[in-house]
Design a protein around this ligand. Structure first.
Ligand SMILES: [Zn+2]
Length: 108
């Protein structure tokens, strides 16, 4: 029997595609397409960048998740943000766009 883990924060499967190899260090954590510096959204990625935490629940996720599962805010392309639902993402600030956090996890 599969036990459902009680989780106090909302998260959503992003249906990632790790087949692509990014050409630069700045890329969408969902589809691995390269992004331009003016990218619009960031998502709080968890579980090997396969899920995104709801923006309102980010503090709970930070408290509950072990650091290896908690990747924090990573750049995401507008098309992927719209596909998953923009309410799951936060708008990137000019500071984020200047110095984005680089995704650290590559898919298998
Ligand atoms: Zn994408």
């Amino acid at each position: 029997m599969i036990s459902e883990q009680a989780q106090a924060f909302r998260s959503k499967w992003v249906d990632p595609d790790f087949r692509r190899d990014p050409k630069t260090d700045l890329y969408c954590f969902v589809c691995q397409k390269d992004l331009k510096k003016g990218f619009r959204y960031l998502g709080h990625a968890i579980m090997g960048a396969t899920e995104v935490v709801h923006p309102d629940d980010r503090q709970i996720a930070d408290r509950e998740l072990p650091s290896e599962d908690n990747l924090g805010l990573l750049p995401v392309g507008s098309d992927c943000a719209k596909r998953v639902g923009v309410e799951w993402f936060v708008e990137a600030t000019p500071a984020d766009q200047r110095e984005p956090r680089i995704p650290v996890v590559q898919g298998a």
